[in-house]
Design a protein around this ligand. Sequence first.
Ligand SMILES: Nc1ncnc2c1ncn2[C@@H]1O[C@H](COP(=O)(O)OP(=O)(O)OP(=O)(O)O)[C@@H](O)[C@H]1O
Length: 273
Amino acid sequence: MASSIRSRSTRTAGRGATPMSTDVVLHDLGKVYAAHAGARARTIFDGLGMTIRAGELVALVGPSGCGKSTLLNLVAGLDQPTRGRVEFARCRSDIDLGIVFQQPRLVDWLTVQENVSLVFERDRPPPGDARAAAARLLARVQLQDHASSYPQRLSGGQKQRVAIARAFAIPPDVLLLDEPFSALDELTARRLRLLLQELWLDDERPRPTGILVTHNMLEAAFLADRIVVMGGRPAHITAIIEVDVARPRDPDDPALFAVHRRVMQALAGWASP
Ligand SMILES: Nc1ncnc2c1ncn2[C@@H]1O[C@H](COP(=O)(O)OP(=O)(O)OP(=O)(O)O)[C@@H](O)[C@H]1O
């Protein structure tokens, strides 16, 4: 379990030095899922390309089933493309990757603090001691009073705050967010978006390069620099919308509602495959 957390849900190995932003380049990406259990082979996308610039946060939106999570998994290295490649500005093994999924994916038999400390692999100790580093992170997500609690004692929003703390524990060069707030009530989700913005804008280190998959277009407008709309079968990029709103952002800023409207217009007509 611990190794699956280490390699799949939180991060992959990195260099353990100062984080640096990196471009993420999707090069002519294709993904075909092979035929299985009576279902025919399916081409999800075929020749998809774009560059996510260093320190930029891009939101991926599109109809259900168009391939957003598949694309995120390819960037994470959790799955392999059938065509093309994902490139980083530096060697892949030098990239620290943080991931937050829709479900927090915590280890039930470890305390909150141990769940966060888990990412400090034996060869990746934080400066100072791991307990203190985890405690600092928990204070930033306001869970310092729950450090010794087990996950089953936490609310859904608190668990997701632990998952966010874990993703930021070793400052990520690349942060992947797969519908991170969609399982939460709207008030909690709003608080966590603000928390994410705060961690993202941390002046003490370069901003990670981010990809957010979401069905919430206001969330995309609030968090992203650019919103990439996917559609069609196989899926392709049908529109890219710049979010030209200064940070830190206010979730009630009318400018975000204008962006939301543009995204909805761009999505109109693209049904689920
Ligand atoms: N491992 C797999 N094997 C076969 N087909 C898969 C696999 N993973 C995903 N698919 C199929 O690929 C398509 C795209 O799935 P994906 O989860 O990437 O879409 P999505 O845009 O993220 O959807 P949603 O918005 O509903 O989460 C779907 O039809 C899905 O059933």
